[in-house]
Design a protein around this ligand. Structure first.
Ligand code: NAP
Length: 491
């Protein structure tokens, strides 16, 4: 390990963060954080037990009234300072993320900027929370509507965007005046711990944010959700786990925001600018090594251009360099773990068994680290497992199609509805197909939709609610209405 890597790891806090204090787990247990590029242990951090989870929630509950009463400008400026500190530390945070998650440094730097932007965006939103005053239709009453923070929140994040999935939740919660318990994914807790340190430096009071990495997610989270004090769960992760958490939240009627899995269709029509479609495909497929909820999972390409598109995509995917994310020049890092790599490999073999052709990649390499080569499959059959499973790896699956209705039916034939992509030069078609895609987001001639200023989220089993945009803060606010008799009436 280089000296810079050792320094970054030594500097990051490795304890639980509860009530503004760094502390060991009550049980003394620790949790190993691995480097997916080597399989080696990077460090051991405190591993929260249910008792630690309880302490974290107590701290959040105790801090809630004082925090809700702070001036919006104060909350705004904390976020703004944190935004600036994150940008100042781009290199350290990017390296930390690459070490624990595997993505190439260039992508990690991009995520640091993206993550910081959520703090800037919500620092601007914190001072724009408004209400309203209106008159009832009969003129007898006034309706005064005010907004209040929903209360203590449970935030649960996945490993694939270790920093941005945290700031996308913490930003609006801080802006709205909510306190929080954050449970990051056990594979990538270091970015969240670093974030807690940065927010403290930026002036966030003790107890507002508490961070409890744990190897016992269900044991820590379920009693908190059922305990009656959490008012909101904001979860990003798989649909499968989302369903379990929704059921737990139902018992105590906890509000939820759910950012769940995807199965994105990526559609290239015969009139598309093929260069733009290829650029879009490289982003929609290869961002984060394909380990993104927005990853293009099924590439539907019009039969008249499918051969050329597949050949050129295979050339570009085959030219990418695979290696540890810390090495300069690496385009594709390792997948998160052996399970993730095994899943991608099994999906490729299943597709091939059912008739798909491999244009490039397709074989798991030997050696340490969870590497998987960029892979292009063409003529993928509709009954292949990957058509209804998130691949979550660098595998492009191309399915030829003949007409618009056919491709729309196939694209919408899934329980998920996070994002879709379409490439065409025809504006009418773009709007028509964009409207008919059953997804919460559509990329029109682009492979990237994520933006802090846009409402990110899905329909169907891809989730509930939105993160970012004007609506992002709404997820953390309640409405309260005061009925005020006026003008002598007591209606
Ligand atoms: P995951 O297995 O669902 O885990 C997500 C988080 O939930 C982790 O912190 C996990 O901790 C925790 N968790 C699991 N079971 C739990 C339980 N019973 N109670 C409380 N917490 C529990 O998902 P992942 O593998 O980390 O992430 C990949 C998934 O996230 C993909 O499906 C991807 O599409 C989705 N995702 C969606 C978005 C979006 O915005 N829509 C963004 C990014 C990722 P443990 O690992 O310890 O169980």
């Amino acid at each position: 390990m280089s000296t810079t890597e050792t320094t970054v790891l030594t500097d990051v806090p490795q304890q639980l963060f509860i009530a503004g204090q760094w502390q060991d787990a009550e049980s003394g247990r620790t949790l190993a954080v691995d480097n997916p590029a080597t399989g080696e242990i990077l460090c051991e951090i405190a591993d929260a037990s249910p008792a630690d989870g309880r302490l974290a929630l107590d701290a959040a509950v105790a801090a809630q009234p004082g925090w809700a009463a702070t001036a919006p400008r104060e909350r705004s400026e904390i976020l703004r300072r944190a935004y600036e500190i994150i940008l100042d530390r781009t290199e350290e945070l990017a390296l930390l993320m690459t070490l624990e998650m595997g993505k190439p440094l260039a992508e990690a730097r991009g995520e640091v900027r993206y993550a910081a932007e959520f703090f800037r965006w919500f620092s601007e939103e914190a001072v724009r929370i408004d209400g309203g005053l209106s008159t009832t239709p009969d003129g007898a009453n006034r309706i005064l509507v005010m907004r209040q923070p929903v209360g203590p929140c449970m935030l649960i994040t996945p490993w694939n965007f270790p920093l941005a999935m945290g700031t996308r939740k913490i930003g609006p919660a801080v802006a709205a005046g909510c306190t929080m318990v954050l449970k990051p994914a056990p594979q990538t807790p270091l970015s969240s711990l670093a974030l807690a340190g940065i927010l403290t430096e930026a002036g966030l009071p003790p107890g507002v944010l508490n961070v409890v990495p744990t190897s016992d997610a269900a044991g820590v989270v379920e009693p908190l959700l059922r305990g009656g004090q959490i008012r909101k769960l904001s979860f990003t992760g798989s649909t499968q786990v989302g369903r379990i958490l929704l059921a737990q939240c139902a018992d105590t009627v906890v509000r939820t925001s759910m950012e769940l899995g995807g199965n994105a269709p990526f559609i290239v029509f015969e009139d598309a600018d093929l260069d733009a479609a290829l650029d879009g495909a490289m982003v929609a497929k290869m961002r984060n090594m394909g380990e993104a909820c927005t990853a293009a999972n099924r590439m539907f390409v019009h039969r008249s251009v499918a051969g050329e598109f597949a050949g050129r995509l295979a050339e570009r995917m085959g030219a990418l360099s695979v290696g540890p994310g810390t090495e300069p020049g690496t385009d594709v890092g390792p997948l998160i773990d052996a399970t993730g790599r095994g899943k991608a490999d099994a999906l490729v073999h299943d597709a091939v068994r059912r008739g798909a052709k491999v244009l490039v990649g397709g074989e798991t390499p030997d050696g340490p680290g969870h590497f998987y080569p960029p892979t292009v499959l063409t003529d993928v059959r509709a009954d292949s497992e990957l058509m209804r499973t998130e691949i979550f790896g660098p595998v492009a699956a191309i399915i030829p199609f003949d007409d618009e209705d056919e491709v729309l039916a196939a694209a919408n034939d899934t329980e998920w509805g996070l994002v879709g992509y379409l490439f065409t030069r025809d504006l009418d078609r773009a709007l028509r197909v964009g409207e008919r895609l059953e997804t919460g987001m559509v990329g029109v001639n682009t492979g990237l939709v994520s933006n802090p200023a846009a409402p990110f989220g899905g329909v169907k089993q891809s989730g509930l609610g939105r993160e970012g945009g004007r609506v992002g803060i709404e997820e953390f606010l309640e409405y309260k209405y005061l009925a005020i008799p006026y003008g002598g009436s007591r209606g």
